[in-house]
Design a protein around this ligand. Sequence first.
Ligand SMILES: [Fe+2]
Length: 440
Amino acid sequence: MRTDNRGLCVSGADRPAVDAFETALARLVRGTGDPLAPCAAAVDRCPDFAMAHVLAAYLQLCGTDARGAPRAAAMLPDLRRTAQSERERRHAAVVAAYAGGDLDAASDGLDDILVEHPRDLLALHQGHLLDLRRGDARNLRDRVARVRHAWSPALPGHHAVLAMHAFGLEECGDYGQAEDLGREALAMEPADAWAHHAVAHVMEMQGRRSEGIAWMREREDTWAGDGSAAVHNWWHLALFLLDGERGDEALALYDLRLTGPAPAVTDLVDASALLWRLALRGVDCGQRWQGLADRWAPFVCDGWYAFNDCHAMMAFVAAGRWKLAEQAMAALERSAGGGTSNAAMSREVGMPLARALWDFGRRDYGAAVTALRPLRSRAHRFGGSHAQRDLIDLTLLEAARRDGQTALLRALAHERLSVRAESPLARRYLDLAADLRGAA
Ligand SMILES: [Fe+2]
């Protein structure tokens, strides 16, 4: 039987098809370049190539777009027909669970594969994305830690393993080791946009905004191409600019980089997350909210992923599109009563956060504060990174300011300064709290 580039047996493939599969997988894990075309080429060349069908299905699922689930489900007959080995059959079962919205079963299934086949880079990558989506910081780090014994620098894709481990370490607060591993990955593969991203996360969490801007700008040619990581890395650059109170530059970046012609759902998430942060700082976003709400509108009834629904809600609320906001809330309520992994995410985080965003948009800042304060300690359950969920903290700060809750504002500003000692934003909130108390 033929093997892939890491020595794993693959059914139904010839060498050129394996090469196309490897090209697609390399692009996927790097976050640079298009993986879809080489994956399709592998399937076309060898219709019985099981792992190419598996990859095609994961490409539909890992973008958190509800439209991908039925597409992946439609691939299951081919996947089951071509799966010859136990590993391939397990991947077929994972795809079935994933497409059905059972993210925990999909995650566990991938872990089972990795215990037996620690060099299954596709299983590791998909498991890593599911850990991010399920807010499982420990597994973001430890799923990778469990396989590293089987890897060495000579194996194709080793840089991606280090990059994933770096990100997991960062999400667990081990910033020193995370940065070292991220930089080691980049030394192996400078075009690994997710390794670059892991180091950017370290700088973001440590408030190293000047270094962060230089990090993004100086290495722009390695991550800013046509891959899946580009928009998100632009978003990270905008965060560094915002932390330095350079809102005009962040807004210009939004116009230039976050409003492409065919955005993925993840791009829309980044767009909402940036505009909302700008609006919290009082930057006039003009008609941008209307354009973004229009882009979110086709997804309003999906109820597929609460994290996305809340980012759609930001656009609807800020644009004053209350009908769409009502539909989004109804979709979240429907999801909360369903039987998928998203039900708990919607119930525990999505619904209360969407309601808080609604209250904020209606200028009921006291209600927003009341809803957001208890939410912060469980918000990880609907996934995303610390940097993404920081939006909840930022909204709470601004709601406290607008509601005149000076003692809370002071406490929250000190909390923020404890981890970002140089943050101009946190200093400004502390000064505002003092001014408000002085005026009272
Ligand atoms: Fe990120």
